[in-house]
Structure formats: structure tokens, C-alpha cells
Design a protein around this ligand. Structure first.
Ligand code: AMP
Length: 424
């Protein structure tokens, strides 16, 4: 038997209604903040990710789905293709390709699948979904301003609150400018030199090639060593320090609570200055519901002009998991189950269904071959509020038996009054 590939999964009803509810709610919030949707391809040239996310990151070094494209293998350019492991690189590639700096500050959002070959477990999949946004543009459009960082963070707080997720924690850090980071990496390399032999294989490699990535390490034995390493906050230059302070000041003024986590460096190389994560207790081990940060040098790294930006990606799978308990009420059940009763009643029942749906009622339609008992069972199982019986006598009288399935009350209602009765 053929089954879904390990780490991928089917989303079935009624869960899909929760996904739609989440997506409708976030689109509403994006509209209020004037973000517009962008859609980029789900696969790109491999080089896009190695140049942006970074060669030494777990994502690029271990987790990408990469293949040689047969059709392009004959040519010398870009024959290696990769399923996108994240969407920021694709958005910045599109920004450069379509010269989007002409539009000033671009406020863009996306919703879609991403692919990483991670060890599957609850809350971690190989095909997962992200809802993300990017504010990117030329420096003259204000793209570098701490006001953009704070606006994005405040929008995220609004978004989570709107979805009924109130007990989130915002963890904030500054990972500095490329210059700050170079000095920090140097200090880390020195600090790691005498201790790296006691660390895991990945960290021994990182200690030489990209010491910052040591902070991504999850190996318990390495944590006491990592705890004693220098922190990026000691290496921030005046510019980074002032920028970070300004972000915090706005957040405090607008009333978005946060805490500083000086270990937070995010698992991607392109971040500069502000970096953040929102966590949620209900999620357990995989408790990061979203992450993001500023990426001021990313466009240049991909051959574009200076285009500072800041963005985030929410794990939609985890977001849906967080609201599952509270949001069952958003799943709309049928208002009415129409039960045709006896030969020749399918047609008048269909006519009634059409009329009621035109009045925005959610209608489930049965079949004339069902006995009344089976119709009642089906209506109850579907969670319908009412059952409407369409028998020969009812059709003749043009008035129908309407029974409230919760209270048990049954009345006869004329065709013209049905919609009002059912929805009132
Ligand atoms: P990242 O930028 O890698 O931190 O990803 C942003 C968010 O996407 C995370 O905070 C998670 O909520 C979600 N995410 C990342 N990887 C996975 C995965 N393999 N399965 C499910 N969600 C994920």
C-alpha cells in the first residue's frame, strides 16, 4: 500500500476549517497593516539558499531537498535545484529580479509550504507551512528604521491575540551589524579553541568555520560550555545599540511585552540587528511558534542593491495546534439538514436547498431513499441545528415540518418563512 511520505501529512476536515479560519484571520490583520500577498515558486536554484541562509546552517548543510534538473544539466548554469526550506530568500530574489525598489517600501506577505529534511515529530514536519511577511525597500524608504521592527512585532502581538493565543512570550535580541558579528565571531573562536574538543562533532566544525552557529546546538552535554561563551551584546557597536534601544522603546510605549534573550541568534546566517522569536507554552518541545529578524545585507549578498528589510515566519502547523482547543466553535455546522421523504421528493428538496443557500444558510441535503430514522441519524451526526422534512404532503401544502434537533420542538413553516426561521 502506498502511504504519504514520512514527515508529510494530509490535512483533513474538520481541521482544514481551522486552517482556513487562521488564514482568513491573518489576511485580515495583514490588510489592516497594508501588507500585500506575494507568491514565489516552491523550488529555486540551490545557490539562492546557500548564499542567503548560509552554508554552515543546519538547513543548508543537512536539510534541503536538492536535485539535479535533467533538462538543465546540459547547460552550465543553475542545474542544481532545491525545494524552498524558507521563503525570505525567494522574496528577496523576486525583489531584485523585478526591481521592486521602484515601489519604495514593499510590505509583502506569503502563505505556503516549505520543505526541510528534519527528524519528524509532533510539531515538526518535512513539509510544513509558513505564514510570513517582509518589509523591504531602499534605505531612503525608511526600511532601516527601528519603527519598522517595532511595527512588525506589534502586528504579530495583535495577530496572536486575535487568534486567541494570549500567553505568548516575545524573546528579543540584537545580533548586530556584519562588523559587530565579525568581532564577536573572532572572540567566540578564541573562547571555543580550548573547549571545542569536548563538544559535539557539529560544534567542532562550527567553532572553526562559523562559531556563531554553535548557539544553534541542541546537544545537552554542550550546553554548559555554551552558557559560558561571550554574548553578542558585549560586541554591539553604537549604531546597533541605538537601533536596538529604539525598537525596545517603541514596544514599551505601545504596550508589547518582551524579554531579552542574549543567546538567541536564529538558525540562519542572513540576520542582522533585531532577531526575535515568539514561543507558546502549550506547544511543548517545539515551542517556537514563529521567528524572524532584520536582514540588512541580504539583497547585496544575492547581487542586488542595498535593501534593508525585516521579516518573520510563523509555523502555521504549530499555530493551528495552539488554537485547536479554543477554536472548535469556528467550525460552522450545517444550519439545516433537508430530508426528502419518499419517491419524487428529491427535486422539491433540491429547490428548497437552493433557496435557503441563496439566503446564506449552510445546508446539507439528504436523499429520498432514506427512511426518516436514517435521515435523523445523519442530520444529528452532521451536527445540524434543524432537520426539515420534505414529504409528499408537505410539498402539496408548500409548508414543511421543521424540527429543532437540540430542543426537539417541531413546527410547520411555510416556504417563504423558512430562511428567517432557520437563521433567526
Ligand atoms: P525558522 O525561521 O526556521 O525559525 O522557522 C520559523 C517557524 O517555522 C518556526 O518557529 C516554526 O514554528 C516553524 N517551523 C520551522 N521548521 C518547522 C518544521 N520542520 N515543522 C513545522 N514547523 C516548522
Amino acid at each position: 500500500m502506498i502511504k504519504a511520505v514520512r514527515g508529510t501529512r494530509d490535512l483533513l476536515p474538520p481541521d482544514t476549517a481551522l486552517w482556513n479560519f487562521v488564514e482568513a484571520a491573518v489576511r485580515d490583520v495583514f490588510r489592516a497593516y497594508n501588507f500585500q500577498e506575494i507568491r514565489t515558486p516552491i523550488f529555486e536554484e540551490t545557490a539562492l539558499f546557500s548564499r542567503s541562509v548560509g552554508e554552515e546552517t543546519d538547513i543548508v548543510s543537512k536539510e534541503m531537498y536538492t536535485w539535479e534538473d535533467r533538462g538543465r544539466a546540459a547547460s552550465d548554469k543553475g542545474q542544481s535545484l532545491t525545494l524552498r526550506p524558507e521563503n525570505t530568500a525567494g522574496v528577496v530574489r523576486a525583489y531584485i529580479e523585478h526591481k521592486m525598489w521602484d515601489r519604495g517600501l514593499n510590505k509583502l506577505y506569503y502563505i505556503g509550504p516549505q520543505f526541510r529534511r528534519e527528524r519528524p515529530q509532533k510539531g515538526r514536519y518535512r513539509q510544513f507551512y509558513q505564514i510570513g511577511a517582509e518589509a523591504i525597500g531602499p534605505p531612503s524608504a525608511g526600511s532601516e528604521s527601528p519603527a519598522r521592527d517595532a511595527e512588525i512585532l506589534e502586528m504579530l502581538a495583535t495577530l496572536l491575540d486575535r487568534l486567541g493565543i494570549t500567553d505568548w512570550n516575545l524573546e528579543l535580541n540584537s545580533v548586530g551589524s556584519p562588523g559587530d558579528r565579525a568581532r564577536f565571531n573572532e572572540a567566540l573562536r578564541k573562547a571555543l579553541e580550548p573547549v571545542k574538543d569536548k563538544m559535539c562533532g557539529d560544534c567542532q566544525r562550527r567553532a572553526v568555520t562559523n562559531p556563531l552557529r554553535v548557539f544553534d546546538c541542541k546537544v545537552p552535554g554542550d550546553q554548559p560550555i555554551i552558557e559560558k561563551l561571550p554574548r553578542i551584546s558585549q560586541f554591539l557597536g553604537d549604531d546597533s545599540r541605538e537601533h536596538f534601544a529604539a525598537v525596545q522603546q517603541i514596544l514599551t510605549t505601545v504596550g508589547v511585552p518582551f524579554s531579552i534573550n542574549s543567546r538567541l541568534v536564529r538558525g540562519l546566517d542572513y540576520y542582522t540587528r533585531t532577531a526575535f522569536e515568539f514561543t507558546h507554552g502549550a506547544l511543548g518541545a517545539q515551542n517556537a511558534i514563529l521567528g524572524g529578524g532584520r536582514y540588512d545585507g541580504l539583497s547585496e549578498a544575492l547581487g542586488g542593491p542595498s535593501a534593508p528589510g525585516i521579516g518573520f515566519a510563523i509555523g502555521e502547523d504549530r499555530l493551528v495546534m495552539s488554537i485547536k482547543e479554543t477554536a472548535e466553535s469556528v467550525l460552522r455546522k450545517p444550519d439545516v439538514y433537508i430530508a426528502p421523504l419518499g419517491t419524487g421528493t428529491n427535486a422539491p428538496a433540491a429547490r428548497l436547498a437552493r433557496e435557503l443557500r441563496q439566503h446564506d444558510a449552510v445546508v446539507e441535503l439528504g436523499d429520498e431513499s432514506f427512511r426518516l430514522k436514517k435521515s435523523f441519524e445523519t442530520a444529528t451526526k452532521a451536527g445540524a441545528k434543524y432537520i426539515l422534512i420534505v414529504g409528499e404532503n408537505e410539498v402539496k401544502a408548500d409548508a414543511f415540518a421543521l424540527k429543532n434537533l437540540t430542543s426537539g420542538e417541531q413546527i410547520s413553516v411555510a416556504r417563504g418563512e423558512l430562511a428567517e426561521k432557520i437563521q433567526g
